[in-house]
Ligand binder design. Structure first.
Ligand code: NAP
Length: 288
């Protein structure tokens, strides 16, 4: 069992840190809004630190799950950032969905200071975090990853090293590219079925057993049909992720016409007031 810290007790971080504690790790937490850290300690035990730096001091592994590149830079390199408190030979594991560029930058900064950095974005959403069954996509050095993997598996069903620094973030980008086009296709299918006057639930039940079946169809088809979006992975987060994806594609020359179009469809959903709606809300702009 390891001495660990977790920075960022949001929708994802709060339950991820809880799983680390439940598996027997000694956990220190930090959250910008301190009330959340205090609540976490009152529910789970452990200790709350006042700054990321204080949280990182004396730990073997420090985990983070914050919003975007800038937030990540703030909790690592900022004046009271965790990188000022990390000991030699320790490991920083970042679960934020961020750019490959910031992952490489932080990997290099960590190396300079004598510790290691793994970029480790996750997939599986709030339910995956609550149930400890996330998928974790990692980038970094193999021997460092091997040391961190047992602790990562406290809240994951699958975790894998995909290559050098940034590879975890690049893999998460592929995950989001695959989701974007698929959700639009599912939205169009359900929209079409409604116009055709079919029983959508019966349609989804039968076609989900065939070649059109998907996680999105199984888990989101019914609620899309009902127009329920008040849960899940927010459109604002998806637009942040797609902007990272499209930025990377401009650099590596990949052609992503459908992803770019779906990003604009999500902008339409935002204009409809759907910033916090689940990503399955793409159907709302067709049905309106
Ligand atoms: P969230 O509920 O909004 O939580 C964000 C956390 O980061 C909060 O603890 C927040 O602190 C902290 N934070 C943000 N900016 C900060 C800053 N500048 N300095 C210090 N702390 C800061 O977000 P989430 O849903 O947990 O998502 C976190 C990350 O996981 C994002 O990168 C997201 O894209 C990714 N992700 C989310 C899901 C999902 O379904 N939610 C799925 C996969 C991946 P405060 O409490 O003080 O605001």
């Amino acid at each position: 069992m390891a001495k660990v810290a977790f920075l960022g007790l949001g929708v994802m971080g709060y339950p991820m840190a809880r799983h680390l504690k439940a598996k027997g790790h000694e956990v220190t937490v930090y959250n910008r809004t301190t009330a959340k850290a205090e609540q976490w300690v009152s529910e789970n035990g452990g200790r709350a630190a006042k700054t990321p730096r204080e949280a990182a001091e004396g730990q073997e592994i420090v985990f983070a799950c914050v919003g975007n590149d800038d937030d990540l830079r703030q909790v690592t390199l900022g004046p009271d950032g965790a990188f000022h408190g990390m000991g030699k030979g320790t490991i920083f594991v970042d679960h934020t969905t961020a750019s490959a560029e910031v992952a490489r930058e932080l990997y290099a900064a960590a190396k300079d200071k004598g510790f290691s950095f793994i970029d480790a974005p996750v997939s599986g959403g709030q339910a995956g975090a609550e149930n400890g069954v996330l998928t974790v996509m990692c980038g970094g050095d193999a021997e460092v990853y091997a040391k961190a993997e047992p602790a990562i598996m406290s809240f994951a069903r699958a975790s894998r090293l995909l290559g050098p620094a940034g590879s975890g973030q690049l893999t998460k980008m592929i995950n989001q590219i695959c989701i974007a086009g698929l959700v639009q296709g599912l939205a169009e299918g359900i929209h079409f079925g409604k116009k055709a006057g079919l029983d959508i639930e019966a349609v989804l039940e039968v076609i989900s057993k065939g070649a059109a079946g998907s996680w999105q169809m199984e888990n989101r088809g019914k609620t899309m049909n009902q127009g329920k979006f008040d849960f899940g992975f927010a459109v604002d987060w998806m637009r942040k992720d797609l902007s990272i994806v499209l930025g990377e594609a401009r650099k590596n020359g990949a052609s992503l016409p459908v992803t770019a179009l779906v990003d604009q469809f999500y902008a339409d959903v935002q204009k409809m007031g759907g910033n916090r709606w689940d990503t399955s809300s793409l159907i709302a702009r067709l049905d309106k």
